[in-house]
Design a protein around this ligand. Structure first.
Ligand code: SF4
Ligand code: SF4
Length: 369
């Protein structure tokens, strides 16, 4: 598997990174630790060397720490994230970072990110709580090696944050062949690369939405939907690592195989153009731009938000609205009828979806009349 120079850091991680957000779960909803340890270690043995987790991914940091015992910690570039929206005072930074080091069973984090920056979070947390000074102190103390940020806001916001600080080593942005002009987009990728930052890509498959595409989209892709989507990113030399949130052994084996034969410049201009056309078509088939990240799972009434949006989008793609309506009604009080419009979900959504309003649209179509 190809390893690319990671900006100016001196690191050279593999082009495929293991996203630890969507690990396989057991029937009781907890992470299948035995699967995670066995699968991540096998991937590392076969050349994968970038592992990404976050404080906010439930039990993921602790399980990642477990996976990286027995000498595996030294074999990878380990990335995790400060949940800046949880900061309530300046002292919280060090408290949370120390907790992360403990969960991960390590004395340092290679790549440390401010999680999901936006204009709002920049002002209300990063500036307010002097976060960059705390990052630099942690770097000087050796607790973190490189400073970065993950991002969910407009391109204009991205350039403001990119240019607001000279100490960025890397950034993590959402990019795939459907979202080339969404959020940071390709323009943001190029801006960051020109400034010498390494760029890590998240949501290459849009939460799995690009793994199963309608026939009219599939016929424009050079290979299978998943391999095409990953190749679209690896084809660009400005891309350093593509994260995949893998949750089955088959996904890991497939992605490792795809990464093993990928390299920059592998697609022809015609293939890239056809994929951009495929992305245009794909956008027309999606009603709600949900990536199934699950950040909205903060609902006091346990409304099944990602499931509902997945049903809504799938019905538009495959035309089977009757089946989707039955599934929706079977959710009973977990569908929009249980929503009290508190707004907690929308505040947590990195895609800035007006969730209560979108849920109302679904209910208007499928709710019991
Ligand atoms: S607005 Fe509705 S769906 Fe969203 S968190 Fe509140 S109750 Fe749940
Ligand atoms: S609605 Fe937003 S927060 Fe919820 S799963 Fe979709 S993208 Fe994530």
């Amino acid at each position: 598997m190809e390893n690319r120079k990671f900006g100016n850091t001196g690191l050279t991680p593999s082009i495929l990174g293991f996203g630890m957000m969507r690990l396989q779960k057991k029937a009781d909803g907890s992470i299948d630790e035995e699967w995670a340890v066995r699968t991540l270690r096998k991937a590392i043995d076969n050349g994968l060397s970038y592992v990404d987790t976050a404080y906010a991914y439930g039990d993921s940091e602790r399980v990642t720490g477990l996976c990286l015992q027995d000498g595996y910690r030294e074999k990878v570039t380990l990335a995790t994230k400060m949940p800046i929206s949880m900061l309530g005072c300046e002292d919280d930074f060090e408290r949370i970072l120390n907790e992360e080091l403990e969960r991960l069973q390590t004395d340092h984090i290679d790549c440390y990110l401010l999680h999901a920056l936006s204009d709002e979070r920049w002002e209300n947390y990063v500036v307010k709580y002097n976060v960059l000074a705390h990052m630099e102190k942690a770097k000087a103390e050796g607790k973190i090696r490189y400073i970065g940020f993950s991002f969910h806001d407009s391109y204009e916001s991205f350039t403001r944050i990119l240019n607001a600080y000279d100490g960025w080593d890397f950034c993590q942005i959402m990019l795939n062949y459907m979202d080339v002009n969404y959020q940071a987009g390709i323009a943001g990728l190029e801006d960051a690369h020109e400034k010498g930052l390494a760029v890590v890509i998240m949501e290459p498959l849009r939460g799995g939405g690009l793994a199963n595409v309608p026939e009219e989209v599939a016929k424009l892709l050079p290979k299978s939907p998943v391999e095409s989507a990953l190749d679209f990113l690896w084809n660009m030399p400005q891309v350093n690592v593509v994260l995949s949130g893998m949750s089955t052994t088959e996904q890991v084996e497939q992605n490792m195989e795809y990464a093993g034969r990928a390299h920059a410049g592998m697609l022809t201009e015609e293939e890239v153009h056809a994929m951009l056309m495929a992305g245009n078509k794909m956008r027309q088939t999606i009603s709600v731009p949900c990536t199934a990240c699950g950040y909205c799972n903060v609902c006091p009434n346990d409304i099944a938000i990602p499931d509902i949006f997945a049903m809504f989008n799938r019905a538009q793609q495959d035309g089977d609205g009757v089946r989707a309506m039955k599934e929706y009604r079977a959710l009973k009080e977990r569908n929009q009828s249980g929503c009290i419009e508190c707004g907690a979900c929308a505040a947590a959504c990195p895609q800035h979806i007006n969730i209560p309003e979108e849920l109302k649209k679904v209910h208007k179509r499928w709710g019991e009349k």
